[in-house]
Design a protein around this ligand. Structure first.
Ligand code: COI
Length: 354
């Protein structure tokens, strides 16, 4: 398949690195490719960033048949550009697509197209520490039809956004609220899939968390409301009595790539992460016994986000002494040092832009 490139006639002014938040500014170009049953995936093209014109009956607008990924490109000290573990994202993208009844992508081609887009918009990769170019591959159902079934046509697009920290708190501890009223996902549902509906399902409780003065919601399992799952924008880790624990993937938890990176690093450092079920009662008991040393989240957007406070029912659990914990700092440093090219990438996690 031949990838065509149509360059924008005028380029946008670049934002100031110091003003970057998350996800509000987009680069000059985007990638688009279409699918129909006759031609399969076809017409791959890089073109100026532009609206997608669609019929009001377009299926994605009604039933949310939509998947996405999130990955980041970083500027290295020598001025190079590299993307962190992109093959993992495209593998997961196809797994999500399978669950949403979408036709699979040629992962190698999709990655190549993304790297081409990055090449065209490389001036947008910011260089200040803590900043990066966030890349958002997405597939949406395009049939103009309001019956419920899998669409016969799709659009695959990639947009890119220069970003700073995901949370306003930056790398400072965030406060999370455990809801025992709402659930995000159930086993057999779509919790492990990167699909729009999971995020839509999280918004109402997220608003309640904000009203209570908390940044994010910590979700419990959707059946017993007992076992800890994830935060929604990140996976979650606990350090209890010197053991690093993360909820085992249950079918309703996203298989995070940063989660996997934390696991691999911990293993390498001789402190393997225990993946198991962890109940909110066990967490509360560990806190009461003075054994809860750290909590941190992991995600592409959030990287490593220390958690300083958890509220469950009427109980407020302060974690550690309120400052960034030892493990949070160690994982954050190692991951960002590898991503920015300050530490040798012994595992081949970075894909350089040639
Ligand atoms: C990411 O971390 O890349 C995500 O997709 C989470 C999203 C809520 C920003």
């Amino acid at each position: 398949m031949e990838l065509t490139i149509q360059k924008a006639e005028t380029l946008k002014p670049l934002p100031n690195d110091s003003e970057l938040g998350f996800g509000t500014i987009f680069t000059d170009h985007m990638f688009n490719m279409d699918y129909n049953q006759e031609k399969g995936w076809h017409n791959p093209r890089i073109e100026p960033y532009q609206p997608i014109v669609m019929d009001p009956s377009t299926m994605v607008l009604h039933y949310g048949q939509s998947i996405f990924e999130g990955l980041k490109a970083f500027k290295t000290p020598s001025g190079g550009i590299q993307v962190f573990r992109p093959t993992e994202n495209f593998k997961r993208f196809n797994r999500s697509g399978h669950r949403l009844c979408m036709p699979p992508l040629d992962e190698e081609f999709a990655l190549k197209a993304m790297m081409e887009l990055l090449k065209v918009d490389q001036r947008w990769v910011p260089s200040t520490p803590g900043t990066s170019l966030y890349i958002r591959p997405t597939i949406i159902a395009m049939d103009p039809y309001i019956g419920v079934r899998a669409s016969y046509t799709y659009r695959f697009f990639i947009i890119m956004s220069p970003v700073g920290a995901y949370y306003a708190e930056g790398f400072n501890p965030v406060k999370i609220w455990v809801t025992d009223k709402y659930v995000r996902a159930v086993r057999g549902g779509m919790g492990e899939v990167k699909t729009a509906g999971n995020y839509a399902a999280s918004i109402y409780a997220g608003e309640e968390a904000h009203r209570l003065g908390y940044t994010q919601v910590l979700w419990l399992d959707g059946v017993e409301l007992k076992y800890i799952e994830e935060v929604g924008s990140m996976n979650i880790f606990f350090v209890i009595d010197d053991e690093i624990i993360t909820p085992a993937l249950s079918g309703s938890i996203l298989s995070g790539i940063t989660r996997d990176t934390v696991k691999l690093l911990a293993e390498k450092w001789g402190n393997p992460v225990t993946e198991r079920r962890l109940s909110i009662d066990e967490l509360t008991a560990a806190h009461e016994a003075g054994k809860l040393q750290e909590i941190f989240g992991s995600g592409t957007a959030a990287v490593i986000s220390p958690v300083g406070e958890v509220m469950y029912k009427d109980k407020i659990m302060k974690v550690g002494d309120g400052s960034v914990g030892k493990w949070s700092q160690k994982f954050f440093n190692a991951i960002t040092d590898i991503q920015y090219g300050n530490l040798e990438d012994t595992d081949g996690w970075n894909q350089p832009l040639e």
